[in-house]
Design a protein around this ligand. Structure first.
Ligand code: SAH
Length: 398
């Protein structure tokens, strides 16, 4: 690295999204309904439309008085995002959608179908302030935080698309991973509000099982401890990528602040508090972090804290445009996995999806926004990678 990357913890403020029904807690939802001159119980009906029927269309809300439907929907369900385009991969089983937010900011989410379920990879921030050099989003810097409703809308729209056959056949959205753009724990409150909406039983929320929700972090220790105290046992994924501080300082610059051991201790505390096995994410980068001695060091660091509390998900690096780095050799990858297993650490190479539509790990780089709309710009755009992270840690391949 030539110059040290600049970490941005706080997002610039401008561009806050309009307040939406999904931003509000139960009390605030009832108050918002009363403010519109409706009885409070209408809030429950609206929850049912939104979370159970996945609709914000007033025409669907036939249990509301006809005269108030349109005004209610437009006040409580402002349009937060519109689809710019959608790309398919893996024979239609993976769909990446580019969304335009109210202020022109673009974000993506990736929906993946598996035999029994579907997983959505959501974006929690436009850009990212964590500056990891191997990640496309990390190169963009942080544009802004997403509001809770901007994240929840990604989920509602994906759940509706999955239900309505957007992935070929009707399938229920069962898993959500915070592995799109952004560092979820750096946008804590909206992410937590989203988690609550995900796990609240229908019709108050989407009714997902907490273990089917994965929050992935670079290792913001205070955020991990806060998450552990919430009493919602979501799966925690720690993006480690190196077991030693010297290398991790470079690959995951927040490591200059919270060291490997501090991040692992926080992950272990998370396991103790929730009983949920933690995932360690490890992008295998050729000749950088893929040596057997590093697998050995990682194995030791994990087992010295206990057994049965963690598993490792190595993933071949998805090289980002212009990157000097590439994925590890398959034989090296095998040795890495076997070394970890020899320590008794469950290790599974992570299944990636959608690399042919830049929908795979670390491919998210939105260069579209604020571009002039001319033929040349359009051509550049078409050639632009607008990838996203399309990973599913709950489905692993050996
Ligand atoms: N900020 C969060 C979530 C972002 S991305 C985090 O870092 O955990 C989700 C996962 O994709 C992380 O483990 C991240 O390190 C990984 N990733 C990013 N770029 C990648 C790349 N080019 N190849 C493989 N994995 C990558």
């Amino acid at each position: 690295m030539t110059s040290p990357p600049i970490i941005q913890m706080a997002a610039p403020k401008p561009g806050k999204a309009p307040v939406h029904f999904a931003d509000l807690d139960d009390v605030a939802r009832a108050n918002a309904v009363v403010d519109l001159g409706l009885p409070a119980f209408r809030a429950k009906q609206l929850e049912n439309h939104y979370f159970a029927h996945l609709t914000t269309d007033p025409d669907d809300m036939t249990d509301l008085p006809a005269a108030t439907r349109a005004a209610t929907a437009s006040a409580l369900f402002p349009t937060l995002m519109s689809e710019v385009r959608s790309l398919e991969a893996d024979g239609g089983a993976t769909r990446k959608t580019l969304w335009n937010l109210h202020d022109g900011v673009k974000v993506e989410s990736v929906l993946m179908k598996y035999p029994e379920r579907a997983t959505l990879c959501v974006t929690s921030q436009a850009g990212c302030g964590m500056a990891c050099p191997f990640c496309a989003t990390g190169q963009m810097g942080l544009t802004r935080n997403l509001s809770a409703a901007e994240i929840i809308e990604q989920v509602r729209l994906a759940a509706r698309s999955a239900r309505d056959g957007g992935l070929g056949e009707s399938v229920r959205l069962s898993n959500v991973v915070f592995m799109g753009m952004g560092e979820p724990l750096a946008n804590y409150k909206p992410v937590m509000a989203t988690v609550r909406a995900l796990v609240a039983p229908a019709p108050h929320g989407f009714g997902l099982s907490a273990r089917h929700v994965t929050v992935s972090t670079v290792g913001l220790v205070t955020g991990i401890d806060r998450l552990a105290s919430e009493g919602i046992p979501v799966t925690l994924a720690l993006s480690l990528h190196a077991p030693d501080d010297e290398l991790r300082d470079e690959l995951v610059p927040i490591n200059t602040h919270w060291k490997v051991d501090e991040a692992l201790d926080a992950a272990y505390r998370y396991y103790e508090a929730t009983g949920r096995r933690v995932s360690i994410e490890y992008a295998l980068i050729r000749d950088i972090n893929d040596q057997a001695w590093r697998a050995d060091l990682l194995g030791r660091k994990l087992t010295e804290r206990g057994s049965g509390w963690v598993h490792v998900n190595p993933i071949p690096l998805n090289p980002t445009p212009g990157s000097k780095w590439t994925a590890s050799d398959p034989a090296v990858e095998r040795t890495f996995v076997e070394t970890l297993r020899s320590h008794g650490v469950p290790t599974t190479i992570r299944d990636t999806r959608g690399s042919d539509i830049d929908g795979a790990c670390g491919q998210l780089a939105i260069e579209e926004q604020n571009r002039p709309v001319g033929p040349a710009a359009r051509m550049r755009r078409e050639g632009t990678r607008i990838g996203n992270t399309g990973v599913d840690v709950s489905k692993e391949t050996q």
